[in-house]
Design a protein around this ligand. Structure first.
Ligand SMILES: Cc1ncc(COP(=O)(O)O)c(C=O)c1O
Length: 465
């Protein structure tokens, strides 16, 4: 029996087990039951992953915006194994702690902007958002402001998939009210800021003013004494890498200051180097958040971990009151996850990965921009290693394709050329490992170009274009 034959049988067996038993996030069970997984990833190295058939792909999505230091880091393996040997787990509740948990919290506090000195560990990004929602309530509740419980998010934001995170986020595609209930009594939304779809006739600064005014109006409508917090990603990620007009975050932050409203920056994607900084709120958007939520790149995805990082002001106000913050998880501050976080940060510091992203990520973004000349590329946007390509049926009107799953068509073509990009409706999202070289950036851009051209040719042949 040839090796290839053995591998194929093995691949088939895994594929079958998955199809029969592994239920995936955001999967369509109707199609999955018939088609199963399109790819079974088995191993990895650097910026590459390998499937069960032995195919090697450049991972253009960094796992899922998270494998920041790249795959196959022996040092991570050692750090994780050492911690498992020493202490795989112990309760973090009430008054016991563990060494990596304490060390990592101090390190995060050192890297976070301003007085964000306190770290509440979670199991991922969604639970960090849930914890922030509860912290905001506790902060005002402890001051006797029980009415101040409303929060404002944005349409098309993505903050995770727990009940509260799904309710604060508001991706139209996911808002299926026939299947799910969303919390709407204290959660409100304002418009998606999106420079590509800036209303005709408005300059960037006029558009910014309009959006900030919309926020101020929403606060007035709910009542400033009732609005507790604003939740926002610095650049919207899963909602389509939407970039707000310059000054937007600062403008909203100013309104928050005026009305004692907390600013929660969801940096689950943007933190830990993706845009060339540990955190971007202050560095790139001139905003000092009260709370930052983080996950993903915190451990480079090697082990799940999330964190809600918040200010001394919030901590001190709540600490004044002799009450318990009754929120937390068995795996809050999991020692193995924290050891992974510490090692990932150590590697990033030693290799100056943020500096690398500021240089090579900027190159990546610039090169990707060259795809704009293609007929169906309406927009290339994002920053550094957080980018997307938006496909349109008509560049002039920005009209989308109606019956063509264009994002998937291009992604599938790219896969044929050993590049993984993430199709999200009419977009291809790119968030590669931060260690990408310029040559690898060039491979991504040229492969995408060839893939888009092939899809354009096919669409032309079918009379769609
Ligand atoms: C901005 C943002 N917030 C929160 C989350 C949820 O994180 P998790 O999937 O770890 O719960 C995500 C996940 O993609 C995200 O992009």
């Amino acid at each position: 029996m040839s090796v290839q034959h053995t591998r194929s049988n093995y691949a088939k067996e895994i594929w079958q087990k998955d199809k029969d038993h592994f239920v995936h996030p955001w999967s369509n069970w109707h199609t999955y039951r018939e088609e199963g997984a399109a790819m079974t990833v088995e191993s990895s190295e650097g910026a590459y992953v390998f499937d069960t058939e032995g195919n090697k792909y450049l991972d253009g999505i960094g796992g899922l915006w998270c494998v920041n230091i790249g795959y196959g880091r022996e040092e991570m393996v050692e750090a994780i194994a050492d911690q498992v040997r020493k202490l795989p787990y112990f309760s973090p509740f009430t008054d016991t702690t563990n060494t990596p948990g304490a060390e990592l919290a101090a390190k995060i506090a050192e890297l976070a902007p301003g007085d964000l000195n306190h770290v509440f560990y979670t199991t991922g990004g969604s639970t960090a958002i849930d914890s922030a929602f509860r912290l905001v309530q506790a902060y005002f509740g402890t001051q006797g402001l029980k009415e101040k419980r409303h929060v404002i998010g944005r349409h098309e934001a993505y903050h995770g998939s727990t009940y509260i995170a799904q309710s604060i986020g508001c991706k139209e595609m996911d808002r299926n009210e026939d299947l799910f209930d969303f919390k709407t009594d204290t959660i409100h939304h304002i418009s998606t800021p999106d420079m590509y779809r800036c209303p005709e006739g408005l300059s960037e600064s006029q558009y910014c003013d309009q959006l900030v005014q919309e926020f101020a109006d929403k606060v007035a409508e709910i009542g400033a004494d009732k609005v507790a917090a604003f939740f926002a990603e610095p650049i919207m990620g899963a909602g389509g890498v939407r970039v707000a007009p310059a000054g937007y975050h600062r403008g909203i932050w100013d309104v928050c200051q005026e009305h004692n409203i907390l600013f929660v920056a969801d940096e689950v994607v943007t933190a830990f180097g993706r845009l060339g900084h540990w955190f971007v709120s202050k560095e790139m958007f001139d905003v000092q958040p009260d709370i930052i939520t983080s996950a993903k790149g915190l451990t480079s995805g090697y082990i799940p971990l999330g964190a809600m990082i918040f200010s001394s002001r919030i901590y001190d106000v709540i600490a004044e009151n002799d009450q318990y913050f009754t929120n937390g998880f068995t795996y809050s501050g999991h020692p193995v996850a924290c050891a992974a976080g510490l090692k990932s940060i150590e590697i990033m510091e030693r290799e100056d990965i943020c500096g690398h992203v500021r240089e090579v990520g900027a190159y990546f973004r610039e090169q990707l921009g060259s795809l704009s000349d293609l007929e169906i590329v309406g927009d290339v946007r994002g920053s550094h290693f957080m980018c997307c390509v938006e496909f349109v049926a008509n560049k002039e009107t920005k009209a989308l394709f109606e019956d063509v799953d264009i994002g998937s068509l291009v992604a599938r073509e790219a896969e044929n050329h050993k590049l993984i990009v993430r199709p999200v409706a009419h977009l291809n999202v790119l968030s590669p490992p931060l260690t990408l070289t310029k040559e690898q950036c060039d491979f991504v851009v040229s492969t995408l170009r060839a893939s888009i051209e092939k899809v354009q040719d096919d669409l032309r042949a079918e009379g769609v274009l």
